[in-house]
Structure formats: structure tokens, C-alpha cells
Write a protein that binds this ligand. Sequence first.
Ligand code: PMP
Length: 401
Amino acid sequence: MPDPFRRSTRIDAVELSEILKISELAEALKRVGRDIITLGTGEPDFPTPPHVIEAAHQAARRGETVYTLTAGTIELREAIADGCQRENGYRPEIGEIIVSTGAKQVLYNAFAATLDPGDEVLIVAPYWTSYPDIVTVCGGKPVVLPTTAETGFRITPDQLRAAIRPKTRWLLLNSPSNPSGSVYSETDFAALADVLRVAPQVGIMVDEIYQHISYVPFRSFRAVAPDLADHTLIVNGVSKSYAMTGWRIGWGIGPKRLASAMLAVQSQITSGASSVSQAAAAAALNGDQQMLAERADDFRERRDMLAAALNATGVLDCPSADGAFYLFPGCAAAFGRTTAQGRKIDNDADFCEVLLEEQGVALVPGRAFGTPGHVRLSYAYSRASLHEAATRIARFCASMT
Ligand code: PMP
């Protein structure tokens, strides 16, 4: 009998997340009483600022509890435009901005609005795990461009030039990057823009969600290549900068014809983002920005502490990361070795699984991000947790023969 709930071909191709597998194993170990430290997830450990929460209360009391404009309230889009002017040096028009249910939905809207079957999207690995899957769900074909620590996990202009084909519809960049922490400089972006100027069939999507967690000067692609604005979609949001992951507000900034196609998708899928969350996001963007730098400094201290501890193991090879709150060390020195408890490590998935079972530390294998041979650690955790995790990882590495 055919199953009415059999998966569609599109959804069948979507991978079960490696992150989920590690989380499930971590949960199972916790249930049997093990003390597990998770450095797996990607959200800031700071609370949402109190003035933002207060703005949400006030909006609800004022009756802002009904549908908003599908593209987002004028107040929030003004605040986004002001923020862009203040921080990136350009001011998008209100009609170029579309507010969605997190940055994730911006990606979905853009791909759903533009991809036909077989259209290709260039994705730089290591990539955020959802990128290829969102492309696949939207009927497109992810084409992965691998990078290594030697180029700071950044794509080179030659690599991009060689990868562009007639079917290429988008290049997707992420700066600062999850999981590598790499940040494209003005020079990097300018060199990529030179390649993209002669490839007018390629849309440029740049995910700048970690903009405020950068330890080197952050440059928005649109500010570096304003002449390409007509082919560029900038993705951003409040989740990481303002510690607002649960409020689900992100936005896209792109040319009006793209914004209106994305709006068509959004109007039929969600009708727009939560009204109360939009008021909160506007308050975050219009309020005191001092905390952004303070939080970035705090993350930087934690990065330095953890990177030094990982490099001291002699097994993990941890290049410095210029932004976001992740480290992405290589773990190949562990391959072929055996732990004190007799477990052999052959790849990054083994490293994570055995580390979790023997020492109770949950990391994510690099293969989840299209880059095997590495592991990802998030340092958006308390210093005490990071310290304990580093001690256990060091013990694990020292136990290998
Ligand atoms: N882009 C990247 C690179 C991310 O790491 C994340 C969150 N993990 C998102 C987008 C999604 O952000 P949002 O919460 O706004 O959907």
C-alpha cells in the first residue's frame, strides 16, 4: 500500500543533521546520570536586553497583537535602514527590506522565490549546516566549494571563477562564518566582486548575521561593491547580535524585484513575522549599542582562552577565528590512534562520539559542515564550562596512543 505520508523526493534528500545525532547521544547520556558539557549549539549565552523585553510588553499592551505588513512594520524597517547607515555606511530603501521569521526564513524565501529545478547554488564549505538543505528543499542543487585553513576558510577569486557555470544562480557567502569564524576583508570582497561583475547570472547572497561578533573590522559586501547592489541580497537579523534567537526576527536587503518575489512566498507561508517580536527588534536596533562591543570583547576573551587550551593538546590544530563564536580545529592528528579505553579514532565523527562517551563533552563533527577532519566548538558558554571542557578534551587527547 502506498504510504500517504511518504516523503517527497525533495525532502527525502534532506539530511538528518549530525548536530541532532550528537545532541541525541548527549541527551541519552544525561538521562543515565552522566555529567555532560555541550559546546554544540549556536546561541549567545547572554540574556535579551531588558529594554527590548520592555518594548515587547508595551507593544502588546498597545494592541500591536495583530498582523503587520507582510514585509514588516515601517518602524522596524526604518530601524534596520538606520542601523545599516550607522554601521555599514549605506541606507537601503524601505522597499528593499523584508523582515522574516529569522534569517533562516530569508534564505528560504529567496531560494523558493528564484530557483527552478536544476539551478545551482555555490556554497562555501565549511558551511552552516542548513544552507544545502534549504537549497534542496527549494528544488535547487547545492554545489559545494571546499576551502581549507590555508586560505583562512575563505574562497579565492580563482576558485569562484572556475566554479561559475551557466546554471549557477547564486553564490552564498557567510561572513563572519559559522563554523569557521572566518571574516572576509574589504580586499577579499573586492576581489570576489571583480569576478562577479562578469557573471551577471549569479545572485550574491551574503549572510551577515554575525556582523557584531567580529574581532577584525567588519565590512558588508554591499558597502564594498555598491555597483552590484542590484544582484545582492544581504541577510541579517537580531538573533546573534542582540541575543534574541527565540524572537525569530531576521531580514533581507535586496533589490525590489527580488524583495517582491520573496514577499509573494512569505505572504503565502507565514504572512510575516510576529508583531511583538518586531517591536522588540526595533527597540534593539534603536537602543543602546554599547553592549555589542562589550559582548564581542567578552567572546574574544573566551575564544583566546579556549583556542590556547586546544592548541596545547598537541592533537587539535586550532587556527585563530576572527568572528562569530566558534572554533573549528583540525583533528586529523588523532586519526589512527586509540584512547585509553581502547576506542580507535578514524575520523571526525569518531572523535566526537568517543569524546562524548569517554569524557562527556559534546562537539559537532566537521562533516556536518561539509568539512571532515575538523570539529566545531561553540564558546558561547560560561568560562567555567569552557574551562572544564578544555580540561576534559586535554585529558582525552593525552590518553591517545
Ligand atoms: N545564518 C547562520 C550562519 C547561522 O549560524 C544561523 C543560526 N545558527 C542563522 C543564519 C539563523 O539565524 P536566525 O535565528 O535569525 O534564523
